[in-house]
Design a protein around this ligand. Structure first.
Ligand code: ZN
Length: 178
């Protein structure tokens, strides 16, 4: 059974998530949370990424789906195998001044879409699921994902920032993602 993704009015989405103690990385508790996050992502056809508060866990973790990484690689005509990418205690250490309005949605705000101004490039430092520190730079969609997910950890939703927000019916949404 997969865990449910909490929806827009759930108060946990507005909390500032807590840091994961480094000693807890690799523990049964954190492994279970990561498993639940990946399973919840897998279930959503448009699941590019998820933050822990979206499965009702107020911890600083987000996961980018292999689906999203494959999609980004395809656009660059790169090939390879992709795994879900785990970011624990992520911090943006570098962000570009140039930005653009990007179309955005959220697994917790069905079925709203809007344009959000996001930096074109961002670099994040985080810990992986083995507790190793790493740095990942990104542009475009992945940079947008970093900013959207870290906003979640601060209790910020894209609808707080979006321009020209539109609400789709479930039927319109079906038509869009399929
Ligand atoms: Zn979201």
């Amino acid at each position: 059974m997969t865990v449910a993704i909490v929806q827009r009015t759930h108060p946990i989405l507005r909390d500032k998530a807590r840091e994961v103690p480094l000693s807890a990385i690799g523990s049964e508790k954190i492994e279970t949370i990561l498993r639940d996050m990946k399973a919840a992502l897998e279930k959503e056809v448009d699941g590019v990424a998820i933050a822990a508060p979206q499965i009702d866990v107020s911890l600083r973790i987000f996961v980018v789906s292999k689906k999203a990484l494959r999609h980004i690689a395809k656009k660059k005509a790169e090939e390879g195998t992709y795994e879900d990418l785990v970011f624990i205690n992520p911090v943006i250490i570098k962000i570009s001044k140039d930005n653009k309005l990007m179309e955005e949605g959220c697994l917790s705000i069905r079925y709203a879409y809007g344009k959000v101004r996001r930096a074109s490039r961002a670099t994040v430092e985080a810990y992986n699921e083995k507790g190793e520190r790493f740095v990942r730079g990104a542009s475009g969609l992945l940079a947008q994902i970093f900013q959207h997910e870290i906003d979640h950890l601060e209790g910020v939703l894209f609808t707080d920032k979006a321009k020209s927000l539109k609400e789709l019916t479930p039927e319109e949404w079906e038509g869009m993602v399929n």
